[in-house]
Design a protein around this ligand. Structure first.
Ligand code: ZN
Length: 449
């Protein structure tokens, strides 16, 4: 790879300008700003790097697919990232305009600098560098760039189902985000699942005077009674069979938990709390964060909640419930169990409607792709990566995409630690960007061996 690395060094000024060009094109999925223009720009950039690229229309934002074919290759690696960004708000908190991509003191500042355009460009420039110096890549490469990651990738499940033949691969690597706060690169081998629902209790047809509460059912009480059957005060979820499919940490995962740089006080300070739930701490807190399925109330509305009194008997009450799931819980199965639980406890009249769901997924530390990424990180950065057996979040990236394709996958990233993700003054350092290009080239190289 020495020739590839020299090419990165020589090409650095141009690579930096190309990343700035991509950042300057806004692509805010939440507001539908600049998406189409960014997709077109990206296709052109992919083609220039030697990747054959197509824009695929979905119901919302286009997904870009690309390929570099090697005739004698015996395996295919899918590299993914996303080209949409978070809104830049609050704009007045930025020291330079969010889409200027200002280069100052070795930093490129702009919305998407790390999340995810810096990561995405590291993929493109790694491929260009390999093709230009080696004339080839050691494996078949496919590419998928999502335009809806920051709004939960709603089109991705359907797109993957419909395009299975285009997405025949052996492993998946997603590039996004930045280093672990400890200053080491990171590799995530799993994601949490999610089931998010509205539970609604309906009383009278319209709001009534509250004096009628002596005669008419109050849906807010009914909702509260129903919720109190779902979880007890010791944090146990009481839905029958809720944890049946939840797998405790394997020997391999336990070892990763032992090695993880976890600090209770740092975490508590960051969360603004004095104690964790149930008084857990240390490794137990980390294990709970990554392996405990949960049910939480994320919103609850009914009646009057303004200042002063209003004598109202509400006609409706609604709660938002969110379940964080772990492998191998299935969101559809949990939904069925929730409905059965409500019916069995005399609350069959409450309606449950799904807001969002994501399947949990996991990949083994000993998979070929895991070993390739860990080796590449150690080689390029001189630091063993922080390997998380799974992530507490539920994004449709890395392991999740891999599990849909029934292969192994992971998520890693090239940005600096504390890169101000989703916040004003997001940045990537030139150093992290250029090393990121080397890192992606090394992953491809290791995977191809
Ligand atoms: Zn991202």
């Amino acid at each position: 790879l020495q020739r590839v690395f020299s090419y990165v060094k020589e090409g650095a000024p141009r690579f930096i300008e190309e990343l700035r060009t991509l950042i300057r094109q806004p692509s805010i999925s939440a507001q539908g700003i600049g998406i189409r223009e960014c997709a077109m720009l990206l296709r052109e950039m992919m083609e220039k790097c030697g990747i054959s690229a197509q824009i695929h229309q979905t119901e919302r934002n286009p997904i870009l697919l690309g390929e570099v074919r090697l005739e004698r290759a015996d395996r295919t690696l899918l590299l993914t990232a996303h080209y949409d960004v978070q809104p830049p708000d609050p704009i007045d908190k930025w020291n330079s305009p969010p889409f200027e991509a200002r280069l100052k003191n070795g930093r490129i500042v702009g919305r998407g600098a790390t999340d995810c355009k810096g990561n995405l460009m590291a993929i493109l420039k790694a491929v260009e560098s390999m093709l230009q110096t080696l004339g080839d890549v050691p494996v078949n490469l496919k590419f998928l760039f999502d335009g809806e990651e920051e709004i939960g990738s709603p089109s991705l499940p359907g797109f993957i189902e419909k395009n299975r033949d285009l997405l025949k691969v052996d492993s998946v690597v997603t590039l996004d985000a930045g280093f672990d706060p400890s200053g080491r690169p990171f590799v995530w081998l799993g994601n949490s699942g999610l089931l998010s629902v509205d539970i609604t209790s309906q009383g009278a047809k319209w709001d009534l005077h509250s004096s009628r509460a002596r005669l008419v059912m109050n849906p807010a009480w009914r909702l509260i009674w129903a919720l109190s059957t779902i979880k007890d005060r010791d944090e146990n979820v009481l839905i029958e069979g809720f944890c049946d499919q939840a797998k405790p940490p394997s020997v391999e995962e336990s070892k990763l938990l032992d090695e993880f740089p976890w600090n209770d006080q740092e975490q508590k300070d960051a969360l603004g709390i004095d104690n964790f739930l149930l008084g857990v701490g240390g490794r137990n807190a980390l294990e709970r964060l990554l392996f405990q399925p949960t049910c939480s109330v994320t919103g609850i509305t009914s009646g009057y909640s303004g200042a002063g009194q209003k004598a109202v008997l509400p006609s409706r009450a609604q709660a938002k419930l969110e379940f964080r799931l772990v492998p191998f819980q299935d969101p559809d199965d949990i939904l069925r169990k929730l409905r059965n639980h409500l019916a069995a406890n005399g609350f069959g009249d409450l309606t449950v409607s799904v807001i969002a769901k994501t399947e949990p997924a996991t990949t083994s530390l000993s998979s070929k792709v895991s070993r390739a990424a860990i080796k590449a990180a150690s080689d390029v950065y001189g630091l063993a990566p922080v390997v998380k057996p799974r992530h507490e979040g539920s994004g449709r990236q890395g392991t999740w995409i891999a599990s849909r394709l029934r292969v192994d996958g992971l998520l890693t990233g090239v940005g600096p630690p504390r890169w101000q993700g989703h916040a004003p003054n997001e940045f990537i350092t030139v150093e992290h960007y250029l090393n990121g290009i080397r890192y992606v080239a090394s992953i491809i190289h290791e995977y191809g061996r």
